[in-house]
Design a protein around this ligand. Structure first.
Ligand code: HEC
Length: 727
């Protein structure tokens, strides 16, 4: 943006946003995985077998491995699964905070080793076959996730290790003496084969051959990680594998072919499921986690047995406050429609999980959402039909925009809306933008150009043309620089009912104005045609309503590369800006320059405390006019770490409007204030954002500034103001 544009920005052009609303969140994401605490292996410590229909039916057969035939002088030893295991260990981090190691183990393991006691160097190790579906850790949700999404072991249960070189063994066998050795070979997991080298010791005592060996590998080598749950848990890419084998001569003793599953400790104590846990799930969770709802792809809870099968995960996500999704902290002003559990509820789930997840109802008992308390129900004066859109699995996080044109012939207030959902399982969330007739015309340049209705729009509709005017008598603004999320007026997340803006406010729409519905689709199966849309409640523009104005403070973004990547060409700031200009045109560099100027900051100031990982930015602005502030929202992309919007920062009257200590890209809600705050023109408003590079360690290194792409970042806020002066 030019200086002039920056000034305009300063004056607040950006526009408005949403109505009063109960809008909360959105989305993205991939949902992944794993949870929890440290700890480890042994079958004994493991929790009960996963029971959920979706997650389970792991059987405890031992796999079959090719058998070796003893040559002259050789004895074949066969792995005894009841005394053997393969374990993994990876480091996990929780929401940028503590680190711990996660470990899982399986005893479903088979293989032969042929030993000539007079010539150890000739030792032959046959193919070792391991059942990965049986991997068990201290967290049944982690196990379920590994099976489903990372190892995909329901599909590819068996891993094989084919040793092709054994070194270190020599001379004659000495009973009871540990021999150091290494074995290198091909490890195949999910049909992907990579070389792996195990190092350890082997010992023969009383006819039992014992081996203990470890190998380092990378999860990404097998397309099995690093594992991530947006905003919650992430693992390193490095994994250590440990093989502990005991093998016997099968002609001397019978080698078991079945193992028992993990010991299901009889659950004891803990709060009642029926009286305590089930009501919490019904009121707070299953509107999104029942089959067919938007959270079902991550976790399906239809029955008590389903909940029991992931009990550890329920404890993890609630203890970490990852679920229910409500990233705002209590440091800010009180917010409406708070979706958060009380500490007593969090503790109850934890105690139930720790007790082994006892059920005092049948495992088949259904868990259904509690109906939400009825609010004012807006009329459906008009339902805006649109053509069906079918996404594709090539873009599983699909942001798609559609123009919904109410064909207004007179100024009209939008005073409420109902989201009319179609394919709920595909939908993560929706946002609604108000556009002018000029923008409707410019949408023709993008709409349907890829053969499907609508257009891809990760950062918002980004349409050229002047923006609509929202306050009667005020001239509309021309689009400058970044306009992605401007004029956001409404939103929807699963579980949210219809929204009524309240008696005396509305979004003023002029003849020709329309709405853009931005849908975030998240596909986990073949996309089906979707026609989700909106029904609107409208009032004549002549009615005595107050118009709502949405304002978007924005701040600069300066995220240097991690020290290890400094030499990458795009880690040079100038080169990165030049690259952005190539990608986006002049705004690729000018937006950031304008924001630095607007906020009176330099890149040096903003990066002087950069610790190689976390970068921060802030911008002091002010409120443009007297009015009543009714809703706030933050927007950053996937490296976001924290967000805060504060009135009168560093003064006695300081009021935090919104504090998000652990940013979640998936859950960018619009928060309505419990008690609207009256503000005055010129009142100081501080925007603060921070980003954490470790949220995406595998991203190609590049110095990041403010821009609209998925790999760029933003520091962006929205607040809805009802101006006092509507003249
Ligand atoms: C507004 C919808 C919504 C509500 C309400 C909700 N969830 Fe979720 N949940 C999701 C979505 C979407 C995901 C996947 C994305 C993510 O993790 O943010 C998810 C993820 C999870 C996961 C992680 C699953 C995995 O393996 O990645 C667990 C566990 C979970 N939710 C449990 C709960 C519990 C317990 C509650 C209630 C206390 C709850 N959820 C409330 C939508 C919701």
């Amino acid at each position: 943006m030019s200086d002039g544009d920056a000034a305009e920005l300063n004056e607040l052009e950006p526009t408005r946003r949403k109505g009063s609303l109960k809008v909360r969140s959105f989305v993205l994401g991939g949902v992944l995985l794993v949870a929890a605490g440290a700890a480890l292996f042994t079958w004994r410590q493991a929790k009960p077998v996963i029971e959920s229909r979706k997650y389970a039916n792991v059987t405890y057969e031992v796999p079959v491995a090719p058998k070796l035939k003893p040559a002259d002088g050789e004895t074949v030893y066969r792995i005894d699964p009841s005394k053997s295991s393969l374990s993994y260990e990876v480091q996990e981090r929780f929401a940028g905070k503590k680190t711990s190691s996660a470990s899982g183990t399986t005893s479903g393991i088979a293989g032969d080793i042929a030993v000539d006691p007079t010539d150890l160097a000739a030792t032959r190790i046959g193919t070792v076959v391991v059942n990965l579906e049986q991997l068990h850790s201290d967290n049944n949700l982690r196990d379920a996730r590994l099976r489903l999404d990372y190892l995909e072991s329901h599909k590819h249960p068996l891993a094989t290790f084919e040793p092709d070189e054994v070194t270190g063994l020599k001379g004659e066998l000495a009973e009871g003496k540990a021999q150091a050795f290494t074995m290198a070979g091909d490890l195949t997991v999910k049909e992907i084969t990579k070389p792996v080298r195990f190092a350890g010791t082997a010992t023969l005592t009383d006819g039992a051959l014992t081996v203990k060996a470890t190998a380092d590998t990378k999860l990404s080598d097998f397309d099995a990680g690093p594992i991530r749950i947006a905003g919650m848990v992430s693992t390193d890419d490095d994994a250590e594998l440990t093989l502990e084998l005991t093998a016997y001569d099968p002609t001397e003793r019978t080698i078991p072919t079945r193992i028992s599953g993990p010991d299901a400790k009889e659950p004891t104590g803990g709060p009642s499921f029926a009286k305590t846990v089930q009501p919490i799930l019904e009121a707070n969770c299953v509107s999104c986690h029942n089959t067919g709802q938007m959270g079902a792809h991550a976790l399906t809870i239809d029955t008590a047995g389903d909940a029991r099968g992931v009990s550890d995960g329920l404890k993890t996500v609630t203890t970490l406050k990852h679920m229910p999704p409500w990233p705002a902290s209590d440091e800010g002003v009180p917010l409406k429609h708070k979706m958060a559990l009380t500490q007593a509820e969090i503790d109850a789930i934890a105690r139930w999980s720790d007790a082994g997840a006892p059920l005092d109802v049948s495992a088949e008992a259904l868990i259904k959402p509690k109906p939400t308390e009825p609010g004012p129900t807006p009329r459906k004066d008009i339902v805006l039909d649109r053509p069906a859109y079918t996404g594709s699995l090539e873009n599983t996080n699909d942001y798609r925009c559609f123009v919904l044109d109410p064909k207004l012939t007179k100024p009209t207030y939008l005073t409420g809306y109902t989201f009319v959902g179609d394919q709920m399982e595909e939908l993560h969330h929706a946002q609604v933008f108000h556009i002018s007739g000029e923008q409707v015309a410019s949408s023709k340049a993008v709409d349907g150009k890829d053969g499907e209705p609508g257009w891809g729009c990760y950062s918002g509709p980004s349409l050229q043309g002047k923006r609509p005017s929202k306050v009667p008598g005020r001239a509309p603004k021309r689009d400058v620089g970044f306009s992605g999320q401007a004029n956001l007026v409404a939103g929807w997340v699963p579980g949210q009912g219809p929204s009524d803006f309240g008696e005396d406010t509305g979004i003023l729409m002029e003849p020709g104005d329309a709405l853009v519905l931005q849908l975030h689709y998240h596909y986990t199966g073949k996309p089906v045609p979707d026609r989700s849309t909106l029904a609107l409640q409208l009032e004549p523009g002549t009615k005595d309503l107050k118009a709502l104005r949405v304002i978007n403070p924005i701040g600069p973004v300066e995220i240097p590369c991690a020290p290890a990547d400094q030499d990458a060409p795009l880690c040079d700031r100038t080169a990165a800006l030049a690259d952005n200009v190539k990608l986006y045109g002049p705004s690729g560099a000018a937006n950031e320059a304008g924001l630095l100027m607007l906020c009176g900051r330099t890149p040096e100031q903003l990066t002087k405390d950069f610790d190689g990982q976390v970068a921060a930015s802030s911008c002091d602005q002010s409120v443009p006019e007297d009015g009543t502030l009714v809703a706030v929202l933050g927007h950053m992309h996937t490296l976001g770490k924290s967000f805060r919007l504060t009135l009168d920062a560093d003064t006695e009257q300081e009021q935090v409007l919104l504090d998000i200590p652990e940013w979640s890209f998936d859950w960018q809600m619009n928060y309505e204030l419990e008690t609207p705050v009256h503000v005055k023109a010129g009142q100081p408003l501080r925007l603060e954002c921070s980003w954490d590079r470790s949220a995406d360690p595998l991203r190609p290194p590049k110095y990041i500034v403010f821009a609209e792409g998925t790999e760029d970042e933003m520091c962006f806020a929205t607040y809805a103001l009802i101006p006092d002066d509507q003249g």
